[in-house]
Design a protein around this ligand. Structure first.
Ligand code: MTE
Length: 301
């Protein structure tokens, strides 16, 4: 895959995994010098997160616009045209408009974030994303003081997305965050994986990643971001409100009505590997628990 943006490494340089190892050694040095930001430190201090392979991350996907089988996105998502691409940022912002992807990229600093990804279906991976903080992207448009929520929308193209002919969800896929969640330094827009441009099946050219929430909050191929003062509707909550709340924080103590959320299966561990315990806020409790102080997380699930 060509490397169009600032996801710096090309296939010619090294294999993605080898490149990643180099970076990891670099990280260790940086951590020693105390130069790393809060998010990087959190990664370094926790368990040594062993990322899944490129193959795992890019062939076992949920992207229902291309079909509901885990292999469908890899099979069919190349039909999506991702260049040109722009994101409309509107609502309660000072500078509403269509922001061309390359103009956004020119103003953002891309960094690597190794995050756990926990799907509501009780499987998980560890993904070395490349991306930038959503807060930095929103600053381009200037968030107004009255804004309280952020709504997101995935592109909808019937001619390129073979799955949208079926009413699995009410298309386009939509998601939302509270403004403080959106502004949190762990919340990123991902544009790469393993230093390569993010593949279509993972949500090219840019997708949200909110690591302490179930994976379905991390909406793919974003074309619109709207700042608002009211809580926006979200696709899975509309489809099954009893099963999927607005918050959808990873929580081993609150089961899905049809299955336990206490444990998860790490993809790539082999069919018979032991399940691992799901962590509160997917392991990011220290960083994000304060956002929900005083809230009943069984009601605000
Ligand atoms: N975004 C869109 N537009 N459509 C989807 O079906 N699936 C979600 C989320 N974002 C989905 C989506 C779910 S359920 C998960 S677990 C993650 O994407 C999966 O991301 P990945 O395929 O990159 O692992």
């Amino acid at each position: 895959m060509a490397n169009r943006w600032k996801n710096t490494l090309t296939e010619r340089d090294v294999t993605p995994e080898a490149a990643f190892l180099n970076r990891r050694q670099l990280m260790a040095g940086v951590a020693g010098l105390g130069l790393m930001g809060a998010a990087g430190r959190a990664q370094a201090e926790g368990e040594d997160l062993e990322p899944n392979s490129w193959e795992d991350i890019t062939s076992y996907n949920n992207y229902y616009e291309f079909g509901t089988d885990k292999g469908d996105p890899k099979r069919y998502a190349d039909a999506l045209t991702i260049d040109p691409w722009s994101v409309r940022i509107d609502g309660m912002v000072d500078r509403p408009g269509d922001y061309a992807f390359e103009d956004i990229m020119a103003q953002m600093t891309v960094e690597e974030r190794i995050y756990r990804l926990r799907c509501v279906e009780a499987w998980s991976m560890v993904v070395p994303w490349n991306g930038f903080e959503l807060a930095d992207m929103l600053a381009l448009a200037g968030v107004q003081s009255g804004a309280k929520f952020v709504a997101f929308e995935t592109v909808l193209r019937e001619d390129e997305m073979r799955g949208v002919s079926r009413p699995v969800l009410d298309w386009p896929y939509i998601e939302g965050l509270r403004l403080d969640e959106a502004m949190h330094p762990l919340t990123i827009m991902a544009t790469g994986i393993y230093g390569r441009d993010i593949p279509n099946q993972n949500g090219a050219p840019l997708r949200l990643v909110v690591p302490w929430k179930y994976g379905f909050k991390s909406i793919k191929s974003v074309v619109r971001i709207t700042l608002t003062d009211t809580q926006p509707p979200t696709s899975w909550n509309k489809a099954a409100p009893r099963e999927y709340g607005f918050y959808s924080n990873v929580n081993p103590n609150v089961d899905h009505p049809r299955w336990s959320q206490a444990t998860e299966r790490r993809i790539g561990g082999g069919l018979f590997s032991a399940r691992i315990e799901t962590k509160m806020f997917n392991g990011y409790e220290e960083e994000v628990a304060s956002l929900y102080k005083g809230m009943d997380l069984t009601k605000n699930f």
